[in-house]
Design a protein around this ligand. Structure first.
Ligand code: HMG
Length: 391
């Protein structure tokens, strides 16, 4: 269906954690050849949250510059996508709503479908803006990826939040119709309510992702989407950056293009720059790929960008966006670099301690050590209630 007004991403900002663990440190600890991490999975370091950081503090840190730039008047909806939920009932977005001082005339809701959740949020936001083009929707994707210590997944952990302001006449990226969607019931990766770390069948998960690439592309073409050669670049969900390469080769093969490695590299290389030092940030990952692409590409004005969002379980969506004229004036490249560069490296013992940290479920008064230097912190758990502070 044709619409007269473009709708899409008006602003984008991300935040990550206080600490970082280099893969060289992990490799030294577990005796892994560092080439496996640097080249085999394409990861160099991973973001590690301090004890007083979580999805709320990262989300508020990511979204605060957006509210500062645009004000909060048009924001009537906050959609918070996560699979690292801090509560089974209350939306993490309500804490962010308070920390950012948003209006009470706002709807706030949390969405979940593994790493795919933020794409659902983006598409729902577009629907709301089409209904009322004066409205802006704050979409937040925030996650802490946590696997068991000494498991194969450990090297693919990470954490980050991306905040996007979705509106009419967007300053960054117009999101196009159609979308190609795909669902299959698979147990490739899941986290039962009683566990902090995810369970995963690594090889099964890679196969399920590749099947979903094919399935969502097939639907995208059947819905009348663009041809493969139209795209200037592709932003894939990146649980580890080499996964994007596997996925893109699968797509090229499926489309009968054969795999030309120069082309694969041209289509993907710029999109991995943030994910390869942050690690898997689940819902945020595909939008960190977009941030890295926009921040580094020479000029993508009016060029099509492909998005492949995958969430285990599984759901995938392929869709397209186009960078709008003047988009480079609205980027946050310097702040994004600083978010990565400000992290303090930790040694293996410190990382292990942070990995094992959790609040006892006794409803007592548990203060967290003041570790983060960011603008928001999780100060305590008191009477089973999370207490946040603004600096
Ligand atoms: P593993 O068993 O540790 O590693 O698990 P591997 O033996 O499969 O090796 C990994 C790659 O490194 C291989 O490359 C090796 O050849 C290479 P490939 O054959 O795949 O191209 N390699 C080396 N390269 C250079 N020098 C060396 C060397 N040694 C090996 N010396 C695995 C890897 C990804 C399975 C594991 O880390 C894992 O289980 N990760 C978590 C699951 C995951 O990320 N799955 C991805 C798809 S599912 C998804 O994306 C959804 C997710 O984000 C969750 C959600 O949706 O919520 C996870």
């Amino acid at each position: 269906m044709a619409h007269d007004r473009a709708v899409g991403i008006h602003d984008l900002s991300f935040a990550t954690t206080e600490f970082v663990l280099a893969h060289t440190v992990l490799a030294e600890h577990n005796g892994t050849d560092i080439d496996k991490y640097h080249h085999g999975i394409g990861q160099r370091s991973m973001s590690v949250p301090a004890a007083d950081e979580d999805i709320v503090t990262m989300a508020a840190t990511a979204a605060a510059p957006i509210v500062e730039r645009h004000g909060s008047d048009g924001i009537r909806t906050v959609l918070f996508a996560t699979e690292s939920s801090i509560d089974q009932a209350k939306s993490a977005g309500i804490y962010v709503h308070t920390l950012l001082g948003l209006h009470s005339a706002t709807r706030v809701v949390e969405l979940k479908q593994a790493c795919y959740g933020a794409t659902a949020a983006l598409q729902f936001a577009i629907g709301l803006v089409r209904r009322d083009p004066a409205q802006r929707v704050l979409v937040i994707a925030a996650d802490v990826s946590k696997y068991e210590l000494d498991s194969p997944g450990e090297a693919t952990q990470g954490a980050a939040a991306v905040a996007m302001l979705v509106g009419a006449d967007p300053a960054l990226v117009r999101i196009e119709e159609p979308s190609g969607v795909f669902t299959a019931d698979v147990m490739d990766f899941w986290r039962p309510n009683y566990r902090e770390a995810a369970l995963v069948d690594g090889q099964e998960s890679i196969g399920a992702y590749l099947l979903a690439v094919q399935g969502s592309w097939k639907d995208y073409t059947e819905q009348g989407g663009r041809a493969l050669d139209d795209f200037a670049a592709f932003c894939y969900h990146q649980p580890f950056t080499k996964m994007a390469y596997k996925a893109h080769r699968q797509l090229l093969n499926h489309c009968g293009h054969g795999v030309d490695e120069d082309r694969v590299s041209r289509d993907l290389a710029l999109t991995t720059a943030y994910n390869n030092v942050i690690g898997n940030s689940y819902t945020a990952s595909v939008y960190l790929a977009l941030a890295a692409l926009l921040d580094q590409a020479d000029d993508l004005t009016d060029r099509a960008i492909g998005f492949l969002s995958y969430g285990s379980g599984s759901v995938a969506e392929f869709f397209a966006g186009t960078a709008v004229p003047g988009y480079r004036d609205h980027l946050r490249t310097k702040a994004h670099r600083e978010a990565i560069d400000r992290r303090t490296p930790v040694d293996h013992a410190r990382y292990r301690g942070l990995h094992e940290f959790s609040f006892p479920a006794d409803g007592g008064d548990h203060r967290t050590p003041a570790e983060t230097t960011g603008p928001f912190r999780l100060a305590a758990l008191r009477d089973h209630k999370r207490v946040y502070e603004t600096r």
